[in-house]
Design a protein around this ligand. Structure first.
Ligand SMILES: [Zn+2]
Ligand SMILES: [Zn+2]
Ligand SMILES: [Zn+2]
Length: 146
């Protein structure tokens, strides 16, 4: 399909995810999803723009919004930038279950999901209906500490 995908295994994996989420495959969606599959850390719109030099910002932005809506990625606000991360909790359209801690590293400026620090058993007082939960921590990540 695209020269970038030398390994058909890679393209197959990407296609499978898109199919599962009922998202029609486009070259741009494949490229963006590929970037997420190649990292365990966050990716921002600006970073994607740098990595995908032939794509324009608004197309990348729309792709991110589609992925977010369909439960492929979730966004975390960090220093006025939205960092996007892969969802690993069977998220689906408009229902995200990413109730875990997000750790921002002051050194590599990336956010990671700490799924082992989970908040999905938190009980709010009666009559409180949450729309989203934000659990943020910052410091130095394991990789940067060495
Ligand atoms: Zn999610
Ligand atoms: Zn780090
Ligand atoms: Zn997360």
């Amino acid at each position: 399909m695209l020269p970038l995908f030398h390994h058909s295994m890679e393209a197959e994996k990407i296609n499978k995810i898109l199919n599962q989420k009922n998202i029609p495959t486009t070259p741009m969606r494949m490229l963006v999803l590929n970037e997420f599959l190649n990292t365990s850390k966050s990716v921002s719109l600006s970073e994607l723009e740098e990595m995908l030099t032939h794509a324009d910002r608004s197309t990348i932005y729309r792709t991110l919004k589609t992925f977010e809506k369909k439960g492929i990625i979730h966004g975390v606000q960090e220093n006025s930038t939205t960092q996007y991360l892969m969802c690993h909790d069977n998220c689906d359209s408009d229902h995200h279950h990413d109730l875990h801690l997000h750790f921002y590293c002051n050194k590599c400026k990336k956010t990671v999901c700490l799924e082992e620090v989970s908040f999905d058993h938190i009980q709010l007082p009666q009559n409180y209906d949450y729309k989203e939960f934000k659990f943020l921590a910052n410091g130095i990540c394991a990789e940067c500490r060495g």
